[in-house]
Design a binder for this molecule. Structure first.
Ligand code: BGC
Length: 357
């Protein structure tokens, strides 16, 4: 009896602990590389943290690296991930055109690569793409402007200026194209007037999505073309470019007296931009629930590790110059003054206290 008790209460639990420990250690040996572009934008910190947590929950070890927006640093980080034997590498690219060489090495080493959020170009050494629907981001921004200005009802003309994303980021082009698909007809008909004449992606692009570059460009535009006119709408590709534009507008006397802020779009629903949406300086942002993207990406990793086909929902829209990537696209939503509580707080994405931070 005593022996039975000893086995039941001591030996058996010890054995189970040992067995589960072995299982855990086995999984722990599966390393996954996570190469993120920068820590300077809120979203990538969230993306990295969410992916790391998700991988850990599956028992994998994550090697999470940030490349400080430097393409060469990202290449050396990926090289280290290859050397340490990562099974899968998830890449949020700094420069989508600079990775073909290093990813060829990953491919030769039998490592699967997931292009995360940004479409990695000109290589067949990338296997899957997990992202928000980039074209839809631009379309939602464009439709928001169309709707709020009453363009469909023939209202206008309104003065518009356009700020796009970084030329080394393939997403920036999709955002631009999506929005312009909606707005171009109104520019053609004269209901939207771009006084600077800057309507091509190249003319509107902001290197590395930098706030200060966006501010300087808009300051120049306002001085040159809006000395005697008001800007009515600023299409901004994301929240950092919007922030730059808002600073230029503030300095030019907007948001004072009866000089109203224009309708301003954004993307990412960054905390500091959310505060500006609440205060009325920014009109809307695109909410990309990075928890869902991280979750979906971890599911892809799991399927790859287990030798299964990852779930995808788009097989035709994202061509990287060499191949069409099997993709998982997530639908973006807009957030503005009327729905931010429901979209951001009720979903648990943010706690209401972010407004006080
Ligand atoms: C992302 C955006 C982000 C931008 C700047 C893009 O690739 O899709 O969500 O605002 O990079 O970091």
């Amino acid at each position: 009896m005593k022996l039975k008790k000893f086995i039941a209460f001591f030996l058996l639990p010890m054995f189970l602990l040992f067995v589960s420990g072995c299982d855990f250690n086995d999984k722990k040996e599966i390393k996954i590389g996570v190469a993120m572009p920068t820590k300077t934008r809120q979203r990538w910190n969230q993306d990295g943290a969410n992916i790391e947590k998700g991988l850990r929950n599956q028992g994998y070890v994550a090697d999470l690296q940030y490349a400080d927006n430097k393409p060469e640093l990202q290449i050396s980080q990926i090289a280290a991930m290859i050397n340490e034997g990562c099974k899968v590498i998830i890449v949020g690219a700094v420069d989508v055109n600079s990775l073909a060489g290093i990813l060829e090495e990953a491919k030769s080493a039998g490592i699967a690569v997931i292009s995360y959020d940004r479409l990695i170009m000109n290589t067949d050494a990338v296997d899957y793409y997990a992202t928000f629907d980039n074209l839809a981001v631009g379309i939602v921004q464009g439709e928001y402007i169309e709707d709020k200005l009453g363009l469909k009802d023939g209202k206008g003309p309104y003065n518009l200026e356009i700020t796009a994303g970084s030329e080394d980021d393939s997403n920036a082009f999709y955002f631009f194209e999506g929005a312009m698909e909606i707005l171009r007809p109104y520019i053609k008909s004269g209901k939207l007037v771009v006084n600077s004449g800057q309507t091509t992606f190249k003319e509107c692009a902001i290197s590395h999505w930098k706030e200060n570059i966006s501010r300087e460009r808009m300051t120049g535009i306002l001085q040159k073309y809006y000395a005697n006119k008001n800007l009515d709408v600023a299409l901004c590709a994301n929240d950092s470019t919007a922030f730059g534009v808002i600073n230029a507008l503030r300095a030019a006397g907007y948001n004072k007296g009866d000089k109203k802020m224009p309708l301003i779009t954004g993307q990412d629903a960054d905390k500091k931009n959310l505060k500006m949406i609440v205060s009325g300086e920014q009109t809307m942002s695109i909410f990309k629930d990075t928890r869902i993207l991280a979750d979906q990406t971890v599911k892809m990793v799991k399927a790859i590790v287990e030798g299964k086909d990852p779930e995808t929902n788009d097989m035709g829209n994202y061509y990287n110059g060499v191949k069409i990537l099997p993709s998982f696209l997530i639908r973006p939503l807009f957030v503005d003054k009327d729905n931010y509580r429901e979209v951001l707080f009720d979903s648990g994405y943010y706690n209401e206290s972010v407004l006080e931070e």
